[in-house]
Design a protein around this ligand. Structure first.
Ligand code: O2Y
Ligand code: MN
Length: 602
């Protein structure tokens, strides 16, 4: 095939050339396309998807350069049951991951991948996670038969020849992906090919490679995101002494012009994107966004924890996003964006539940069917997504692409808890903070398969994303704190925007008002003495949280910070049971913290 001539012109990386040639032999595509990452290439891939019926172009006057598409109804979210960590030893994947022997898994997958791209084009996408050329960045190369993936990776990563150049002759993460639907000669393609029988999202942490089969959607298919930047990167981070975390990164500037950066972990679809680009309701306090989903963090020589956002775009949940809830996201998606599983308006714009108070009178639903407000079903899928370039967000931090990263002063964990945990609390120290992260649990949302609304433990919001034994991951966090003591070690906080009152209603207004909580956190990292000690951690002293201009009853305030010992004793019992799954891999730092909490509650 002709691509061989181009390939050797593009790179001298012999093992990369060899791997690509092997993948072509295995998958047997009709054509091979080496992605150069140019704007022209992006336009041509999108135009081809318009011709094939996958993409509908949106109204150029309303949303230029943008496209609507809808997936197969059986391919709408990450599939955790089909996600595997194939370490050599089962105990290295740990009790929270699905595991299979890597040799057995490869044998099975090679059978599936054999000839899987017949009738299709194999695209080679070299991509950089992190700013091009940053010492903290990592290069992956994704081979895929999905043009949707190519168009999405153009937005979400720095991809193409520039990534190959940055790679030089260094190691890359091989990422093999197929939708798993070969086409027989003359067979007509569907608009969203995916396998109805086999879906596998597989990670080989020792050899640092990824194979994904059968799904074309989001985290299953855009392999730079959850697969590389979290599951594989968490393993690399453990081995090299840094952290790959499911965290947003934001910069906060006080009215006095002092700036601090924070990283925050929340389980999927808990409003991370909203917090990352918060429009502050507090006069004079300015929020800027570095990233909305993933943070790679390492300590520098001065003991500062520095964070980069490995991504170049946002793959955000559309439903609930509006000019009220997140005006900056709405501006970011005004052009050059892809909308998946939202509804289409008659004049070819997009709509989803929560975008406006009343829906348009007529829509095409995410299922591609005519829809009116009388319909009992939702017009957009709850996990419908926008894919938009980060640089289009009006509040990107000036340092968001700084190769050194930004210095983190505070780390925040948060879950969706209708009871028990207060609006905000601070840990007593690093070890207690790691315990708070390990204790994180939250109600399940639509981003992951599972029973919506049920509570599940989600340590560090990394349950679906940690590429190794979670007990060892806790130990890694504890160790980093020990290795880097001192005044620059970030303080650790826990927040809960979702506590409900006895009437079943949310006690806290959330959204822009969360700025008030961030203000207290900012003051704490500056060393302000405005906290009270409770058995579970430090909470704001009476009147220390800025409630000016906010209508909140005294009872609601009381309930937001209520620490009920009997509820917490139950929490301890539940945590002890949960942590027991890690057996001998649970570090003593976590059990010590649990015992200390128990005694403080007596
Ligand atoms: O369903 C998917 O594939 C998307 S999952 C996702 C996308 C962007 C950011 N975070 C998540 C997540 O599940 O945490
Ligand atoms: Mn996420």
């Amino acid at each position: 095939m002709r691509f061989n001539e181009d390939l050797i012109k593009w790179t001298k990386h012999s093992s990369l050339i060899h791997w690509i040639q092997e993948m072509v032999k295995l998958c047997r595509p009709d054509q091979v396309h080496l992605c150069d990452g140019s704007q022209e290439e992006h336009e041509s891939v999108c135009a081809q998807m318009v011709r094939s019926g996958t993409f509908i172009p949106l109204n150029e006057q309303k949303r230029p350069g943008s496209f609507w598409c809808h997936s197969d109804p059986n391919d709408v979210a990450r599939v955790e049951d089909a996600t595997f960590i194939c370490s050599k030893r089962k105990e290295d994947a740990g009790p929270t991951n699905n595991w299979k022997d890597p040799e057995e898994m490869k044998k099975m997958l090679l059978g599936l991948f054999s000839g899987c791209m017949r009738g299709r084009t194999l695209y080679v996408i070299p991509f950089s996670m992190g700013p091009l050329g940053s010492p903290s960045s990592r290069i992956g190369v994704q081979v895929t038969d999905s043009p949707y993936v190519v168009a999405s990776m153009y937005i979400m990563t720095r991809m193409g020849r520039s990534a190959l150049k940055a790679l030089g002759e260094e190691n890359f993460v091989p990422c093999l992906h197929s939708v798993g639907v070969p086409l027989e000669p003359g067979q007509k393609d569907v608009s969203w090919p995916c396998s109805s029988t086999h879906k596998y999202i597989v990670h080989f942490p020792e050899e640092r490679s990824i194979m994904s089969y059968g799904s074309g959607y989001g985290g299953n298919a855009l392999l730079g995101k959850k697969c590389l930047a979290l599951r594989i990167a968490s393993v690399i981070g453990r081995d090299e002494g840094w952290l790959a975390e499911h965290m947003l990164i934001l910069g906060l500037t006080s009215p006095q012009g002092e700036k601090k950066y924070f990283a925050a972990a929340f389980p999927s679809a808990c409003g991370k994107t909203n917090l990352a680009m918060l429009k502050s309701e507090l006069p004079g306090w300015k929020f800027e966004c570095v990233g909305d989903d993933i943070a790679w963090m390492r300590f520098d020589q001065d003991g500062s924890l520095r964070a980069i956002n490995p991504e170049a775009g946002f793959f955000g949940v559309a439903p609930g996003t509006s000019f009220k809830s997140n005006p900056n996201a709405m501006l970011a998606i005004a052009k050059n964006s892809i909308f998946t599983n939202v509804a289409l308006t008659l004049d070819h714009d997009v709509w989803w539940e929560g975008m406006t108070d009343t829906p348009p009178a007529q829509l095409t639903s995410w299922l591609g069917k005519p829809w009116t407000p009388n319909d009992q079903t939702k017009a957009a899928h709850p996990n419908a997504r926008f894919t938009a370039p980060a640089k289009q967000c009006p509040v990107m931090d000036p340092a968001w692409e700084d190769p050194k990263g930004v210095p983190i002063s505070g780390l925040i964990f948060g879950g969706r808890r209708s009871s028990v945990t207060p609006l905000v609390c601070e840990s007593f120290n690093w070890e207690h903070g790691v315990f708070l992260g390990a204790s994180l649990s939250s109600e399940i949302t639509a981003a992951a398969a599972g029973e919506i609304g049920k509570q599940r433990h989600d340590p560090f919001a990394m349950l679906p994303f940690c590429g190794y034994n979670m007990g060892d991951y806790f130990a890694h966090w504890l160790e980093l704190g020990k290795k880097h003591p001192g005044p620059k070690l970030p303080k650790i906080f826990y927040v809960n925007w979702f506590r409900k009152g006895t009437d079943g209603k949310f006690l806290w207004p959330g959204f822009g008002e969360n700025a008030r909580v961030l203000k207290w956190i900012f003051e704490r990292v500056k060393g302000q003495d405005n906290a009270d000690v409770t058995p579970i951690g430090l909470i704001p002293k009476k009147d220390a949280l800025d409630f000016s201009g906010l209508k909140l009853s005294q009872e609601a305030l009381q309930e937001l910070f209520d620490v009920k010992p009997e509820e917490w004793r139950k929490e301890v019992e539940d945590l002890r049971k949960y942590f027991s799954i890690f057996k001998d891999r649970l570090p003593s730092g976590i059990t010590d913290q649990l015992s200390q909490l128990e005694s403080r509650l007596k």
